[in-house]
Design a binder for this molecule. Structure first.
Ligand code: DGL
Length: 264
């Protein structure tokens, strides 16, 4: 692997752009590749075997592109695929992500933490282990959010239908006394402006995009693989509708980028 090689970043759809943005800010010399498996959203309602199969296809594609590292910018795909991909490619730096239970447990004052995430993430053994490890002294209220990802993927970040659905999901958390809410799906940080209007100002929102970027930096640094030259513009692939991604990308990603079809 060479320093100037790109980094492959992957999500079921556009949610991972919230992570890509953190990577771009922390590592501005890196060339970034992004695959959005929009043709198969939502991962949150799919089987782990299906998600692993999709993740393997994306990993193979990034290997062909010469990617020096692989970021699974998706909580749901991380629980379904990260362990197997690490076995498939033991020497390839791989960063996955998980709901930020540890920082949330440290931040809460009420002792009640809410988690908004996909059904797949919340039902996983990995998430149960995370709670066993870091949430022993706090109460955790989990809320699966079916339907949210589909609305966000359509480019909707503020319609009445979206507000109504989000209200339904945050209400049980507020009623239970949560003062800290984990955004446990990479699509949800796009809803931060809306959540800021809908939640009391004292509520703390926590997501893991910045931590993932820092972990990526550490892994590359350890291997002397941090780029120091001029990066290529970001390249995007989608297994869904290319014109749709081209249309909504400028509202979600403020840098240049080319969008192509991901046929695998
Ligand atoms: N963005 C993904 C995550 O972080 C899931 C979205 C989906 O359900 O496809 O969990």
């Amino acid at each position: 692997m060479v320093k100037g090689a790109p980094i492959g970043v992957f999500d079921s759809g556009i949610g991972g752009l919230t992570v890509l943005d953190e990577i771009q800010q922390l590592l501005p010399h890196e060339s970034l590749l992004y695959v959005a498996d929009c043709g198969h959203i939502p991962y949150g309602e799919k089987s782990p075997a299906f998600i692993l199969e999709r993740s393997r296809r994306v990993a193979a594609f990034f290997r062909e592109q010469g990617a020096k590292a692989f970021v699974i910018a998706c909580n749901t795909a991380t629980v379904a695929a990260a362990a197997d991909l690490r076995l498939d490619f033991p020497d390839w730096p791989l960063v996955g992500m998980e709901p930020a239970v540890k920082p949330a447990a440290a931040a809460t004052r009420s002792g009640v933490v809410g988690v908004l995430a996909t059904t797949g993430t919340l039902q996983s053994a990995k998430f149960a282990a995370l709670l066993d490890r870091f949430a022993t002294d706090v109460k955790v209220i989990t809320q699966p959010c079916p339907g949210l990802v589909e609305l966000i993927e359509s480019g909707d970040l503020n319609s009445p239908a979206l507000r109504q659905l989000l209200q339904r999901y945050i209400e049980p958390l507020l009623n239970a006394g949560c003062d800290t809410i984990i955004l446990g799906c990479t699509h949800y940080p796009f809803l931060k402006p809306l959540l800021a209007q809908m939640l009391p100002p004292s509520i703390i929102l926590i997501d893991t995009g910045a931590a993932v970027a820092r972990q990526l930096k550490r892994l590359l640094d350890e291997r002397d693989l941090l780029a120091d030259g001029k990066p290529e513009p970001a390249q995007f692939w989608t297994s869904g509708d290319v014109p749709h991604l081209r249309k909504i990308l400028p509202t979600l990603w403020k840098y240049p980028g080319v969008v192509r079809s991901f046929g695998a």
